[in-house]
Ligand binder design. Sequence first.
Ligand SMILES: [Zn+2]
Length: 269
Amino acid sequence: MQNILTVDVEDWYQGNARIPYQDAWRFESRIEKSVDQVLGILDEYETQATFFILGHLAESHGQVVKQIQNHGHEIATHGYSHQLIFKQKPAEFAEELYRSIALCEDLTGRAVMGHRASNWSVTSQSLWALDLLKKAGLRYDSSVYPVRTGYFGISGRSREPHILDNGLIEVPPSTVSVANYTIPFAGGFFLRTLPYGLVEWAVRRVNAEGHPAVVYLHPWELDQDQPKNLPVPFIDQFIHYHNLDTTEAKLRRLCSQFSFGTVMETIAL
Ligand SMILES: [Zn+2]
């Protein structure tokens, strides 16, 4: 079965809502090197992925977006500013959404079909965003974590790709269901924390249920030389830096054991 590989493209300091995008000038940019690293690995395994691009990054590093496209990957949007959607007004979200889509489309000459929210911030307080995504002409969204954590997610939502009432296709990050518990494993902190054997077991289990696994990562999760002084509270630092040295090996093992593709080709939209 073909699974789905996704990459949220943001620089190492851009994934935390406590750091406003206007503060980018304070930080060393490491995006080119870390995207090169991801592209090199995916080339090795002849694997295509969907790259959700942060609009602010597309504005400052357009050549990175073109390079990703030149390697044959799908370009989608990760919004513009990485602010949490449930803290935004609908009009503000819509303005940033249209801006981020236009930035990617101008760089690639191709229509953007999908969206992923900053920090999975389509929650029960911001479900209105799904109608705005549809209105913007997108085909799919990949933002609703089907388990409630301290930061994001909605318990009880469908765990598999599914069509919403408004026609938009929702492609949730994969979770595994064990004894009535829904357990995340497919990316970020969860992928870095869990032993590879458990991740492999979970992908097989999702596939056995008849669904593609939806895996996600960030280029900075492969960058072990990044500064270790992200100016955020301790718990956020822990989540950001924990087990960074395991990401590359896990990505390589996933790519060697399983088949992955983009959202668009896997869901056959
Ligand atoms: Zn992000």
